[in-house]
Design a protein around this ligand. Structure first.
Ligand SMILES: [Zn+2]
Length: 390
């Protein structure tokens, strides 16, 4: 049998099949063709030597910003190569007024699979610093539903940034949140809520969400936290997680604090999904890329298989595409991340400028996207060593 690519000798970790073993992975015609302990690669067009490396489904980042007319927007294809990410979910950078152009200019042109949420604000995040829902006229639940109806293959849900400085306080804040919830229900999709300095308490907000809705920035510090003033996770947060509300990391430049993550993990609140919230203002630190964000959870003691599950299989399920991506099952799309697990001393920084030193760091070595090796190399440039290392 001849293959396009054989990835040889890596440790294959695929949570969708409870698989963790040394194996070869063969790719043919854009699909996973075989996973076997040993595959004859003599007739393969390309052989990737993955000995000593980890082979996982292509990573899925559930929170990015790639709409270019927002000051936050990055190029999706460069994120793919640097981070081993083969599917990106844009977290509502565009709204009903500019989504068609987002699709035309970016989503349809990118080599990397871009899916998107639609912002409740009709203008999305083109002037995010001004607060996109401070003026209630910008809330456009019907436009969100129409946009999702028009683009069902790429527009998969609804987004609101629920800070008081964005949606307003008191009744206005609730009116905006309720519009976003209604848009999600009316479009038969789900809502991602960005938390942080919200006008309502987090328990109140969580109680308003349904199973399948998502709280992003779930380990943020500040006035809207999953923990109370004594560092205890709110009962309503545990209850929300139990009934299927998704807790997404959305690291970002202001949304990930070691103390909050540690309290959550200690008290049994693991994130459902690991995501970066990567955008122009955090790509050069503290976020860098998906593997760096995943490494933070390894450092905090979450087992590697679960870290990978939170970055592949689970986001695929949330996107309702787990029959095709987030898996290495034979005949699914050949989206594959080859990750290197560096050992040494590496500085990892949260969103509040607090450094921790980790003994392991994941970096993207090679990425295969729909059966093609992605040019542009991996994420090794993101490695940051302690000051005193030789
Ligand atoms: Zn974001």
């Amino acid at each position: 049998m001849s293959y396009d690519i054989v990835i040889r000798g890596g440790e294959v970790i695929d949570p969708s099949q409870q698989m963790r073993q040394l194996a070869d992975v063969a790719v043919l015609n854009g699909r996973i063709a075989a996973i076997e302990p040993s595959i004859d690669c003599a007739s393969a067009r390309t052989v990737i030597d993955a000995r000593g490396q980890i082979v996982t489904p292509g990573l899925i980042d559930l929170h990015v910003h790639v709409y270019p007319h927002s000051p936050f927007g990055l190029d999706p294809d460069s994120l793919c190569a640097a981070g081993g990410v083969t599917t990106l979910l844009d977290a509502g950078t565009a709204g009903s007024y500019n989504f068609d152009a987002f699709r035309r200019e970016t989503i349809d042109r990118a080599q990397t699979q871009v899916l998107s949420l639609v912002n409740l604000s009709c203008i999305g995040l083109i002037a995010a610093n001004l607060g996109e829902l401070l003026d209630r006229r910008y809330a456009d639940p019907q436009g969100v539903v129409a946009t999702i109806t028009r683009h069902p293959d790429v527009a998969v849900g609804v987004k609101i940034r629920a800070g008081a400085h964005i949606i307003g306080t008191g009744e206005q804040g609730w009116a905006n949140l309720n519009d976003a919830i209604k848009a999600a229900r009316d479009s038969n999709t789900w809502l991602m809520v960005h938390i942080g300095e919200c006008p309502m308490s987090l328990p109140e907000l969580a109680e308003a969400l349904s199973p399948g809705d998502c709280i992003t920035h779930c380990f943020k510090a500040g006035s809207t936290r999953v923990t109370d003033d004594n560092g205890q996770i709110f009962e309503a947060i545990h209850a929300a997680a139990e009934r299927g509300v998704i807790f997404d990391v959305g690291h970002g430049f202001g949304s990930f604090q070691w103390q909050v993550v540690e309290a959550a993990l200690e008290q049994g609140l693991e994130p459902t999904t690991i995501s970066t919230d990567i955008h122009t203002k955090n790509i050069n630190g503290p976020v860098y890329d998906m593997p760096t964000t995943m490494s933070k959870f390894l450092m905090l003691g979450v087992p590697l298989e679960r870290v990978i599950e939170m970055s592949t299989t689970r986001p695929a399920q949330i996107l309702k595409r787990d029959d095709e991506i987030g898996t290495l099952r034979v005949s699914t799309v050949a989206d594959i991340a080859v990750l290197e697990r560096l050992t040494g001393e590496f500085v990892l920084t949260d969103s509040y400028r607090q450094d921790r030193t980790a003994s392991e760091l994941l970096v993207a070595a090679t990425t295969v996207r729909r059966g093609e090796i992605v040019p542009g190399g991996g994420g090794r440039r993101m490695v940051r060593l302690p000051e005193d290392s030789p």
